[in-house]
Design a protein. Structure first.
Length: 260
C-alpha cells in the first residue's frame, strides 16, 4: 500500500493486532527485536521515555501499548522514518513527540531534558569488519553509524539519576556495549536470547542504571522457541515469548528465567 506520506509502505500488525504499524516496503523493517526491547523496559505510568533511532516507532509504541500514561519521545535521523513514526502514533491513538535529528547532535530542547528510560535498537553493523547490516538505509548518516559506546554515552546523558538505559543488539557486539556501559552506567544486567535449547545466543538485551551500584549480573539465556529444532509449520515460540509477541506481555529479566 502507499501512505499519504508518499512512501511505499506495508501495514503490519504487532502485539496480536493491538498495533498497526506502517513501515517502508524496502529497507529496514521492524521484526520481533523491538518488541522484545519494549517488553523488557521496567516502565511505570507517568514516566518519560526517549528512544534513540526510533525508526517508525515500533518499540516506542509497543511500550506505550503495554504501559499506559507514559510520555513518549523518539529521535530519528531519516525524515521518512520519522514521518511514519508520527503517522503511526496518530493511527494508534498515542501521543508521541518525534524529533528529526542525529543522535550525536541532539537539538537544545532535548539536550535540556532528562528521562526515566532511554531505549535503543541500534543498527546491526560491525564497524570493525565493515560488514553491512541487513537494515539497509538506516545505516546511512553519521548518527546511525556511531560506535555503540557513543549510543550508550548519549543515552546516559539523557537519563535522570536512577534512570535506565536499555538496548537490544547482536551477541557479537556485547563486548562493545559492556565497555560503554561500564564507562557511563552501573547496575548492568544482561539477558542473552537463544533461539533454542542447546544453541548459542544470537541477541542480547542489556540495561544499566544511572548512578547504579549493584554488581554486574549475567542472566541465564532466554529460550525463544520450543524444542531443539523446527519440526512443523507455524511458529513454535515458548509460552512466555508468545505472550510477549501476541499479547504485549512484559518481559522482566527475572521472569524470563522462571517462565522461558
Amino acid at each position: 500500500m502507499t501512505s499519504n506520506l508518499k512512501t511505499e509502505t506495508t501495514d503490519n500488525a504487532f502485539l496480536g493486532g493491538r498495533l498497526q504499524i506502517l513501515q517502508p516496503a524496502q529497507g529496514y523493517r521492524a521484526g520481533v527485536d523491538p518488541v522484545f526491547l519494549a517488553a523488557s523496559i521496567p516502565a511505570r505510568p507517568g514516566q518519560e521515555v526517549l528512544e534513540l533511532g526510533c525508526g517508525v516507532g515500533t518499540a516506542l509504541f509497543c511500550l506505550g501499548a503495554r504501559v499506559a500514561g507514559l510520555e513518549l519521545h523518539g529521535v530519528e535521523l531519516q525524515p521518512e522514518y520519522a514521518a511514519l513514526a508520527r503517522e503511526n502514533a496518530r493511527r494508534n491513538g498515542m501521543a508521541a513527540e518525534i524529533t528529526d535529528a542525529d543522535i550525536s547532535c541532539l537539538p537544545p530542547a532535548l539536550r535540556g531534558r532528562s528521562f526515566d528510560h532511554v531505549i535503543a535498537n541500534p543498527p546491526y553493523f560491525d564497524r570493525d569488519t565493515g560488514h553491512a547490516s541487513p537494515d539497509g538505509p538506516r545505516e546511512t548518516g553519521r548518527g546511525e553509524a556511531l560506535p555503540l559506546g557513543d549510543w550508550v554515552q548519549v543515552a546516559a546523558k539523557r537519563l535522570r539519576p536512577g534512570g535506565h538505559a536499555s538496548f537490544i543488539q547482536r551477541i557479537e557486539r556485547l563486548p562493545e556495549l559492556l565497555q560503554g556501559m561500564s564507562a557511563h552506567l552501573g547496575s548492568v544486567e544482561v539477558l542473552p536470547l537463544a533461539p533454542r535449547v542447546g544453541r548459542g545466543a544470537k541477541l542480547v538485551l542489556i540495561r544499566g542504571r544511572k548512578g547504579g551500584g549493584a554488581a554486574f549480573r549475567l542472566h541465564a539465556p532466554l529460550i525463544l522457541h520450543r524444542g531443539t529444532r523446527h519440526e512443523r509449520d507455524g511458529d513454535d515460540y515458548t509460552p512466555l515469548i508468545s505472550k510477549v509477541l501476541r499479547n504485549g506481555a512484559a518481559l522482566p529479566f527475572e521472569q524470563a528465567q522462571t517462565e522461558g
